[in-house]
Design a binder for this molecule. Structure first.
Ligand SMILES: Nc1ncnc2c1ncn2[C@@H]1O[C@H](COP(=O)(O)OP(=O)(O)OP(=O)(O)O)[C@@H](O)[C@H]1O
Ligand SMILES: [Mg+2]
Length: 351
């Protein structure tokens, strides 16, 4: 009976030893073959107790150069002060992570690494495991993407700047022709073209000032456009109140320009026709998103309204044709209008 019990205990011990060996084996294999650098430090002293081949290869050191040294005594961790600080931090926090740490290989080559370390207990002793990943290639790729993004942004900015300048040059040429003309019809046509050029030039100016050179704050743009038109038409704001209410939303050029053109046409119409013979009145312009997430432009005045039987879809004049074509063809949206107690236009489209 006694012999049986001894045998049983021996076989349990053998199994336990075997389990330990298998586990040690697995750990070793992981440690030796890991494709990240691994350092094991004694938590109380900071001395390096083990280092895996991947890290030795990464830094160009032999194992004997590193074992039993403190982290900040190895040339790779050049910044001894920072390494000491990191070690102290680790002792208190038990987890430290540096996303981008500069290291130096034995032959003086600079590399960037991601450094993650944490503390745990082995045989009642605290050890620190540091995982070190070479991110030099990733960092270089990121820097190259950043550089190329900066170049593209600079190009876009330059492009918008030139388009704006060229539009202003065309406007200037028209102005020269305008001085020579006495024909009212010609003068009117030139002025209208100049206005439409201004709408586009202002978008490019706003794009130059924007963060990404791709989209503009439509609220800033519309407010500025309205102020320019008020000045150009010599509107006395005491007689004609102009209320602007535009949501602060970023829009791309292909939406911003059509919005500008539509508001330009409808607002100038209100200026020109709604309040004849010095009448007083109000104009309201708004741009907002509705419950379905569509954008909605509203332009209304409380002026004389359209003449009886006027059909906006049958007009031959350019202004309203531009509005209808822009909303239907360019923006794929809808237009509704009313002429009771003034004029009222609602344009709805997907942004
Ligand atoms: N807010 C308004 N109040 C009263 N009448 C208007 C209003 N808007 C437009 N109209 C009338 O509708 C007509 C057509 O407008 P539209 O903008 O198409 O042409 P226009 O202003 O005469 O010329 P263009 O805009 O091409 O310079 C105007 O001539 C005007 O009689
Ligand atoms: Mg018009």
């Amino acid at each position: 009976m006694k012999i049986k019990a001894v045998k049983k205990r021996l076989s349990v011990q053998a199994v336990q030893k075997n389990v330990l060996e298998v586990s040690e084996d697995r750990y070793r294999r992981l440690f030796e073959t890991a494709q990240d650098g691994i350092l094991i430090l004694a938590a109380n002293t900071g001395k390096i107790k083990d280092v895996n081949p991947f890290l030795l290869n990464m830094l160009g050191y032999a194992k004997k150069d590193i074992l039993e040294k403190k982290l900040w005594q190895i040339g790779a961790f050049k910044d001894a002060k920072a390494s000491k600080k990191a070690f102290l931090e680790l002792q208190t926090k038990e987890y430290v992570r540096y996303e981008d740490l500069p290291l130096e290989t034995k032959d003086g080559h600079k590399i960037a690494v991601e450094f993650v370390s944490n503390v745990y207990l082995v045989d009642q002793k605290r050890v620190i495991q540091c995982n070190i990943r070479d991110i030099t290639v990733r960092k270089e790729a990121e820097e190259s993407i950043q550089r190329s993004l900066k170049e593209k942004e600079a190009l876009l900015k330059e492009l918008h700047h030139r388009v704006k300048n060229n539009l202003q040059i065309i406007s200037g040429l028209l102005q020269l022709k305008l001085f020579n003309s006495k024909n009212k019809e010609v003068i009117d046509v030139f002025k209208q073209v100049q206005e439409r050029i201004r709408v586009m030039a202002l978008v490019h100016q706003k794009l130059c000032e924007s963060k990404d050179f791709m989209s503009i704050d439509i609220s800033e743009y519309i407010n500025e456009l309205v102020n320019e038109l008020i000045l150009a038409y010599g509107i006395d704001r005491k007689k004609i109140m102009v209320n602007v209410n535009v949501v602060k939303v970023l829009l791309k050029i292909d939406i911003a320009v059509p919005c500008g053109l539509i508001i330009n046409e409808l607002l100038t119409n209100s200026f020109k026709y709604a309040f004849p013979e010095d009448r007083k009145g109000e104009i309201a312009i708004s741009l907002s998103s509705n419950r379905k997430g569509m954008l909605e432009i509203l332009v209304s005045d409380n002026g004389i309204g359209f003449s009886k039987g006027f059909n906006i879809y049958k007009v031959k004049t350019m202004g309203l044709r531009i509005v209808i074509d822009t909303i239907q063809t360019q923006l794929g949206g809808k237009i509704s209008f009313s002429s009771a107690g003034g004029t009222w236009f609602k344009l709805t489209f997907q942004s």
